[in-house]
Design a protein around this ligand. Structure first.
Ligand code: BTN
Length: 246
């Protein structure tokens, strides 16, 4: 398959701490082409958002990272999160698995997490010059810690090879990245909203002080979560300052 932007030059590892870190370090030593992918059968110290760790059963799931040099304005940095979540969401829809994107970029199936995404950007001046997008998608794992509230493609009764779902994600990453490069921000944002968990609904949230209900209005210009509190005040939240009770 010929892609418009990415090479999807694939480096397959048996084990590494984190594919995001591996790709980052490799790229410092030897500059990698746009769209180089690193995947690992086992991650010993997978990184999640907010300094969390990403735990995944060895050999069962898809854990990979891709590097790109988007050269887009920093004001649009969040669109890298948007295109990655849309790519996974769409690949799941093709498998007839209905999913939602929980801000900023978790993918949920029936309120259970099936995929986590970690986007690590490098900014120079006003541009995002490099982005490492790390995707952890549960494919064949069937047992999860009950506290995690997670699911996998297999648990949703779909059988697929890890390689095949990876290829579908490649297709959609290239497609949505193309929309981004062509500055189709409105289209991308609308797509994101159409799959966004609790969009335009009253949800139940937590901040550092308390539990509260609010209307999820969408995201701010720079990708923060925009809520309307019950006293009609609008407020934006960064990822470390709010959590969803669902
Ligand atoms: C999250 O939900 O907190 C984000 C999880 C991201 C996990 C993926 S697995 C592949 C890549 N390498 C990492 O160390 N993290 C990401």
């Amino acid at each position: 398959m010929i892609f418009k932007h990415f090479t999807f030059n694939h480096i397959k590892l048996i084990e590494t701490e984190s594919t995001n870190s591996y790709l980052h370090n490799l790229n410092v030593k030897t500059k990698q082409v746009n769209g180089t992918v690193v995947s690992a059968i086992n991650q010993t110290l997978g990184k999640g958002q907010n300094q969390n760790i990403w735990i995944t059963e060895k050999g069962k799931n898809l854990t990979f990272s891709i590097i790109t040099y988007p050269n887009i304005d920093v004001n649009y940095a969040f669109y890298l999160n948007i295109i990655s979540s849309l790519a996974v969401q769409k690949a799941l829809t093709d498998l007839k698995i209905e999913s939602k994107i929980k801000w900023p970029n978790d993918i949920l199936v029936n309120k259970k997490k099936i995929c986590g995404i970690l986007v690590e950007n490098q900014i120079k001046g006003t541009k995002v010059i490099q982005s490492i997008i790390g995707i952890g998608l549960n494919v064949n794992q069937t047992q999860f810690d009950s506290l995690l509230n997670a699911t996998s493609i297999h648990k949703e009764d779909v059988k697929i090879e890890i390689e095949d779902i990876l290829n579908q994600i490649y297709r959609y990453l290239d497609f949505y990245f193309n929309l981004l490069k062509e500055s189709n921000f409105k289209i991308l944002l609308n797509q994101y909203y159409s799959h966004l968990f609790w969009y335009n609904q009253i949800g139940d949230f937590n901040d550092e002080h308390s539990n509260f209900k609010a209307l999820l209005l969408g995201i701010s210009e720079i990708g923060l979560l925009k809520l309307r509190l019950l006293n009609q005040e609008n407020k934006v939240y960064d990822i470390k300052d709010v959590s969803f009770n669902y």
